[in-house]
Write a protein that binds this ligand. Structure first.
Ligand SMILES: NC(=O)c1ccc[n+]([C@@H]2O[C@H](COP(=O)([O-])OP(=O)(O)OC[C@H]3O[C@@H](n4cnc5c(N)ncnc54)[C@H](O)[C@@H]3O)[C@@H](O)[C@H]2O)c1
Length: 503
């Protein structure tokens, strides 16, 4: 079952190999080229090995392996790309090298052939500008490992023709990957949408609200992220990530939403890159992350007098929890040793003030988290240590782990999700991608448990807006200014993921 198109892959490194495997497995004839002698042949061997593993696992038959293998040719010269319908470039991330390669290829391939770049950080229009026919040049951005990361961004440079986009979309989807179409903007769709997790996580740590491990634990356990921002930074390497953060910020003309944290540069200078240097935000012993010690659980105090805000989302569950823990529930907050509130988008200090509570005897519990999952306990600026300990013990009394954090308008989870939703709303506002493409791109490319706008709908877009507005009021930092796209849809009461909202 051969596909009629022939695909060329130039650059047989990490990405090139994966792209060769993907298209050969999908039935295309694939030609592979690298400037380093023997590299293309090594890539074919690598694909062979990957296919052999699939045979072992029973995913493909041995004769299928032979057929796939027979479709791949290691080439020695660009001239052998002459009959390719699409050539995908995955060479070093260098504009000069890519331009030179594209110019060479233009003189070799047929009139109808498409030239695509797998660049992560260059502007595709810059690569296309060196070509005589920029209409047939586009980006086709895969993720590592290519066969497993089932999404690719089809990047429309300024002069790319719709037919070029359509062909790239078609071949990508025919190989079983979701093709998402994006404008030629910094970070395209996926790396752009992924900024919020890092910038807000770093901001929370910078403000001394929580430790990196607290941020990671809450996002993983309470919200279902596979990894928190600090674990991800340690995995990628801060030396690499710091450059991406700085580059996206600069490419967006110093947009405050993407402003990198000043915590990063000294850590890069000190070599705290992450796993590869044995220490980053975490320490690694024999490649394994050493968990920082958890805060000690204080003893439960029987007979503690507790007031729970009747307006709290989790009032009923908190009442039951307190009763089961032997606390005495009071209806008058001023008599209670501990007052518990559950604010959305407001810090504990202001929540206490607005209810006329004594802030030294008040704590806040994040309502974003389903009740049985890790709980976040937020202190006011002056919560007394004995109040903190009594609340910690009470909230952990049913065996659920509690993260204790400093005061913050919007806890950890609320702030991170609000930032992610806001950036996604602005991607929609700017038309960088369609809403369905954006949602799928984030789930498949970043592995988030939901698309960003679906998160907004799940939690309530009005709440997301309230969190952003509270942060903006409290800090005066324009990075929290809500996207007009979000503000208008909240005003209309429209879910963010409906077709009407997407218009
Ligand atoms: N590694 C990733 O996770 C990742 C993800 C997405 C996109 N990208 C992008 O994909 C591209 C390739 O990245 P990689 O990680 O596979 O790099 P790599 O270093 O593993 O491989 C690059 C290969 O290109 C070859 N090469 C260099 N110049 C060449 C030329 N002029 N002609 C032919 N071959 C040439 C090198 O010999 C090398 O084998 C880069 O643009 C990168 O930004 C990388």
């Amino acid at each position: 079952m051969g596909k009629s198109k022939t695909i060329g892959v130039v650059g047989a490194g990490t990405m090139g190999r994966g792209i060769v495997q993907l298209f050969a497995q999908a039935g295309y004839v694939v030609r592979c080229l690298d400037t380093q002698p023997g590299a293309a042949a090594k890539a074919v061997d690598h694909v062979d090995g990957m296919l052999a593993k699939l045979v072992e696992k029973g995913r493909i038959q041995r004769d299928e392996l032979e057929r796939i293998r027979s479709r791949i040719t290691a080439c020695a010269s660009p001239v052998e790309m002459a009959d390719c319908d699409v050539v995908i470039e995955a060479i070093i991330e260098d504009l000069g090298a890519k331009r030179e390669l594209f110019r060479t290829l233009e003189g070799i391939v047929g009139n109808e052939a498409i030239l695509a770049s797998n660049t992560s950080s260059l502007t595709v229009s810059d690569i296309a500008a060196g070509c005589a026919r920029p209409d047939r040049v586009a980006g086709l951005h895969f993720f590592n490992p290519v066969p497993l990361m089932k999404v690719a961004e089809v990047i429309a440079a300024v002069r790319t023709s719709p037919a070029t986009i359509e062909t790239l979309r078609e071949i990508t989807e025919s190989a079983g990957h979701r093709a998402v179409v994006t404008a030629d903007q910094p970070g395209f769709l996926i790396n752009h949408a992924g900024r919020g997790l890092y910038t807000e996580g770093l901001r929370i740590v910078e403000e001394q609200i929580a430790t990196p491990a607290d941020v990671d634990d809450v996002l993983r356990e309470a919200l279902g992220f596979r990894m928190g921002p600090f674990e991800l930074l340690d995995l990628t390497g801060l030396d690499v990530s710091s450059k991406v953060m700085a580059s996206i910020y600069e490419q967006f003309q110093q947009e405050p939403r993407f402003r990198p944290s000043s915590l990063v540069a000294p850590r890069v200078a000190a070599g705290l890159f992450g796993r590869k240097t044995g220490e980053g935000w975490y320490r690694y012993e024999a490649g394994k992350q050493a968990k920082p010690p958890a805060r000690e659980l204080p003893p439960l105090r029987a007979g503690l007098t507790v007031w729970i805000d009747p307006a709290a989302d989790g009032e009923a569950e908190l009442n039951t929890l307190a009763r089961n823990a032997g606390a005495r529930l009071l209806t008058n907050a001023s008599d209670a040793e501990l007052a518990i509130v559950q604010p959305w988008g407001v810090d504990a200090t202001h929540a206490a003030r607005s209810l006329g509570l004594d802030a030294s005897r008040c704590v806040a519990v994040d309502p974003i988290t389903p009740f049985g999952l890790r709980r976040t306990l937020m202190l006011t600026a002056i919560t007394a240590p004995q109040t903190r300990d009594a609340a910690h013990a009470l909230l952990a009394s049913d065996g659920v782990t509690v993260t204790v954090i400093g005061d913050s308008a919007g806890f950890i989870a609320q702030r991170v999700i609000a930032t992610i939703v806001n950036i996604a709303a602005n991607i929609a506002q700017r038309g960088i991608g369609s809403v369905p493409d954006l949602e799928d791109a984030v789930r498949l490319g970043l592995g988030y448990p939901r698309g960003p706008l679906a998160w907004g709908d799940h939690l309530g877009s009005d709440r997301i807006l309230a969190i952003l507005q509270a942060q903006l009021r409290l800090t005066g930092d324009p990075r929290y200014r809500p996207s007009p796209w979000l503000v208008r849809r909240v005003a209309l009461g429209l879910p963010l993921t409906t077709p009407e909202a997407a218009r």
